[in-house]
Write a protein of this length. Structure first.
Length: 379
């Protein structure tokens, strides 16, 4: 049976050279990075070199990069610390954020009595910038948390514009950049942003590692207490092999960015045309079919399939060896459906199956043809 993986927004395939690099580190650099002997110093050097590599690409200070277990921890770190340590009384976010942000904001509301406000959305899922300006007029200490690239519909936030709005209105700005770092260049001297979250497994790196960017002199305190790792901001023995894997994935992603982006963009264009030709009544959710306003890595399509067939579509695709998703992998066990699509689709369209297909350098047009033919047979 043919195997087609179109779920890179959930996680990506490890590049072979990263596996080799990580294996070497596990064999040869097994010292604790906090130890003062040569084994420890060797590991520590790898960790700090990785930090410098990331900082150079993002145009920030190495001290502003804090390694974490991934994007969820980095999101929690930023939001919780902003409320607990920096006196934030209002979090301004949207209803289509990742649950790592939404659930954290809700929990902070319960624990600290803060106010959570939601910016209005346009019909295509983009935020209403005028409404954001209105929300920012509050005199209370504020944090805006808006993701750079939406993980379900691919909409791209004008991150620089939001940063400027936050600066003018004396608000902190946090962005979940899990779907954008490794795919888009980001200059942290040019963008007014205080915190961001990144996860290695979204750009062909290992799972279980990521980092938070924390603007220097922010005043936040550790979320995890213990040792003095990560300059005292995040206790716990560093997983050196994972951090090196993150660094290698980061370097390769940006070193091959234009070539791979052009290739994947061509795949997305091919997929959009194939869907339109095969299913004229299909529609694309959010701005996912707009190459200017959405990421080149995914498409979210609402298919004109009979309601009685809709519940088994994903199962049937899986039987044919096709991996895609109905939404975020982090909520795949939920029976509620996509919280993102529920904000932008009418009731009628919510009854139809919407699928997210996400692409990477390892995909081909032949795989797209196979998927289209399987969908035709199912219809």
């Amino acid at each position: 049976m043919k195997q087609v993986y179109f779920d890179s927004a959930a996680t990506t395939q490890l590049r072979p050279e990263i596996v080799d690099k990580m294996t070497t580190v596990m064999h040869e650099n097994y010292g604790n990075a906090s130890s003062t002997h040569s084994y420890g110093r060797s590991s520590k050097s790898l960790v700090e070199n990785a930090r410098k590599t990331i900082a150079k690409q993002l145009n920030c200070s190495a001290s502003e990069i804090i390694f974490t277990s991934g994007g969820t921890e980095a999101d929690n770190f930023a939001l919780r610390s902003a409320v607990r340590d920096l006196g934030v009384k209002t979090i301004i976010t949207s209803r289509i954020e990742h649950h790592a942000v939404l659930y954290t904001a809700n929990q902070l509301e319960r624990e600290y009595g803060i106010t959570v406000k939601f910016v209005e959305l346009e019909d295509n899922g983009h935020i209403n910038y005028k409404h954001l300006e209105e929300l920012l007029q509050s005199p209370k200490k504020k944090l805006v948390s808006l993701m750079h690239v939406n993980n379900e519909i691919g909409n791209i936030l004008d991150i620089k514009r939001v940063g400027e709005l936050c600066k003018v209105n004396n608000a902190l700005f946090h962005s979940d950049t899990v779907q954008s770092v490794g795919h888009y260049e980001l200059d942290l001297q040019d963008v007014n942003i205080d915190f961001l979250a990144v996860s290695a497994h979204k750009f062909h790196g290992p799972k279980g590692v990521g980092f938070a960017f924390i603007r220097k002199n922010s005043g936040i305190k550790p979320l995890i207490f213990g040792g003095e790792q990560e300059r005292g901001t995040r206790a716990g023995t560093e997983a050196v092999h994972n951090i090196v894997g993150l660094e290698e994935a980061f370097k390769l992603s940006y070193g091959n960015l234009k070539e791979e982006r052009d290739y994947v963009t061509a795949l997305k264009k091919y997929f959009i045309k194939a869907i339109k030709d095969a299913f004229p009544d299909a529609s694309f959710n959010g701005s996912s079919a707009n190459l200017e306003n959405s990421t080149y890595t995914l498409i979210n399509v609402c298919l004109p399939i009979a309601p009685e067939k809709a519940p088994i579509l994903l199962f049937q695709l899986d039987l044919k060896g096709i991996a895609c998703s109905k939404g975020s992998a982090c909520q795949s066990g939920s029976a509620k459906g996509s919280h993102v699509l529920s904000q932008i689709l009418c009731y009628e369209d919510m009854q139809k199956p919407s699928l997210r297909f996400s692409f990477c350098k390892y995909n081909t047009t032949e795989e797209i043809d196979y998927v289209i033919n399987v969908l035709k047979d199912f219809m």
